[in-house]
Design a binder for this molecule. Structure first.
Ligand code: MLT
Length: 256
């Protein structure tokens, strides 16, 4: 039996076109907080904690990207939103792509921040299984040791990243790693996307290959790409004003 959807914990800020922000792994809704002053005068920002993260209910299952997308569909029902735009950071981008595939009729726009459509190559999948085994033995420590320097060159941002990692439960991290390892190839869905798409990357992000973004852009009917110079995997913490500027340009393409 497939897991039941849960009601996610969320924050609302501002008025205007509804835009739902999906955090990456292993973060929570507060990763977007630095954007609130820039964006809330223009849009309604909906900031959920994905299942198992922050204050949302714990998961009893592997966090597949489809399950996380279904939770967003139910959050929209709860908020009385027929349609909304999605911004997804990294793992949140994988969820946003699954949502675009499953529920395209409920989408007005799609923005991917430091994210992409590729499935895990075999070596990356094996690395995730290894990390899962380590977390079973040592709790969240392996993520604390490994992730911050890989995600950003900025020491202040690394410290913020550490605090987010400490707030993530080991069981949620395990379920999310397994869900990401098993995710589908979202490249197969790109041609179906019929809303404005924005891709934002950092030029110093070791997790994102520019050639792969170029290949994605060629598949998506209406897409633009903003690359932020010198920025790593965490543009919302490293360069919130520049990220907000890019997002506002994209919002203008679909707001009524
Ligand atoms: C994230 O930031 O959400 C993760 O690094 C994504 C991933 O591990 O593929």
């Amino acid at each position: 039996m497939s897991p039941e959807p849960v009601l996610l914990s969320y924050d609302l800020h501002g008025n205007g076109a509804p835009v739902i922000f999906l955090h990456g792994f292993p973060f929570n809704r507060h990763i977007w907080d630095d954007l609130i002053p820039y964006l809330s005068p223009y849009i309604q920002m909906i900031l959920p904690d994905l299942r198992g993260f922050g204050h949302s209910p714990a998961s009893e299952d592997v966090l597949s990207m489809e399950l996380l997308a279904e939770d967003i569909y139910h959050l929209m029902d709860h908020l009385g939103l027929e349609r909304a735009a999605l911004v997804g950071h990294s793992m949140g981008g994988y969820v946003a792509l699954a949502f675009a595939h499953l529920y395209s009729q409920r989408l007005t726009g799609l923005a991917l921040v430091a994210s992409h459509a590729d499935p895990d190559p075999p070596a990356r999948r094996e690395a995730r299984y290894f990390t899962v085994a380590q977390i079973r033995e040592r709790g969240i420590l392996p993520l604390l040791e490994d992730m911050p320097p890989r995600l950003t060159p900025n020491p202040t941002v690394q410290e913020k990243v550490r605090r987010f990692i400490q707030a993530c439960s080991p069981q949620t991290a395990i379920y999310a790693l397994l869900g990401m390892a098993e995710r589908a190839d979202a490249n197969l869905w790109l041609r179906e996307i019929n809303v404005p798409v924005l891709i934002v990357t950092g030029s110093a992000d070791p997790l994102i290959e520019s050639a792969r973004i170029q290949a994605m852009l060629e598949q998506i009917p209406v897409a633009s790409w903003v690359e932020l110079p010198g920025i790593g995997h965490m543009p919302m913490l490293e360069a919130p004003a520049a990220l907000a500027r890019a997002l506002l340009g994209w919002v203008q393409q679909f707001q009524g």
